[in-house]
Design a binder for this molecule. Structure first.
Ligand code: ATP
Length: 215
């Protein structure tokens, strides 16, 4: 069986930058599936603007009909901060024999040394990094060392081992962020073509970004 991609995020809201990245990863790395996993309480950033149920419904709507895309609500249903290492432990229990690939954008990868028990992550899964517009590969420090030790250019490595490798994959650069979408919506503009129409509808119906925000 092929690896399972695990794509965590705030998804506040999900957009085509996320979707295209996941799709290209699914194809290029030959994942059996990509599990979209909206976080409950993110440990490294402000509280999401939209409720977890709304974020979950936006992800569900966005991926509908795409073979291999699955929504996984385990982080939303768990109490406390959504630490990736805890999530991966539960996935390991559910899928003891499968290769797991944690998908992160380059910006998220650069923050890895601040993650809770980050060195344990590679004991549980691979890390697959999507090149994101405007971010450069680390060329010094702990991540550079980690890349030298664990980096691979071989997709086969991700299939043959269950965990332990870092693979950097270039994806089509779509300079879209959830922050920009929220800003657009707050100023009354339509995020059309940045996110699926089904997501725009949920944003409109739930009014999840309507309130004036403090930052
Ligand atoms: P925000 O603007 O609120 O910070 P975001 O657009 O970065 O949100 P997240 O939900 O925080 O979205 O991102 C989840 C994951 O998707 C992260 O690993 C992030 O690096 C990655 N990601 C976000 N936007 C893109 C994009 N346009 N292209 C590729 N990867 C992306």
């Amino acid at each position: 069986m092929n690896p399972i991609g695990v794509f965590g995020g705030t998804f506040d809201p999900i957009h085509y930058g996320h979707l295209r990245t996941a799709y290209e990863m699914l194809q290029a790395l030959k994942f059996d599936e990509v599990r979209f996993m909206p976080c409950g309480k993110p440990p490294h950033r402000n509280e999401p603007r939209a409720d977890s149920t709304v974020r979950l419904s936006m992800v569900t709507a966005a991926i509908q009909g795409q073979k291999g895309f699955i929504v996984d609500d385990r982080e939303i249903n768990r109490e406390g901060p959504s630490y990736s290492v805890d999530t991966l432990k539960t996935l390991r229990t559910d899928f003891p024999l499968r290769s797991l690939g944690l998908i992160v954008g380059m910006d998220a990868f650069l923050g890895l040394p601040e993650w809770y028990q980050w060195r344990e992550i590679l004991e549980l899964s691979h890390i697959v990094v999507a090149h994101r517009p405007g971010w450069r590969m680390p060329d010094m420090g702990p991540l550079d060392e980690l890349l030298k030790e664990r980096g691979t250019h071989r997709v086969d490595d991700l299939h043959q081992s269950k965990s332990g490798y870092i693979y950097i994959h270039e994806v089509t650069q779509l300079e879209i962020s959830s922050t920009d979408i929220r800003t657009l919506v707050r100023s009354g503009r339509n995020p059309r073509f940045l996110t699926p129409a089904s997501v725009t509808k949920i944003i409109n119906d739930s009014k999840c970004y309507k309130n004036k925000l403090t930052n």
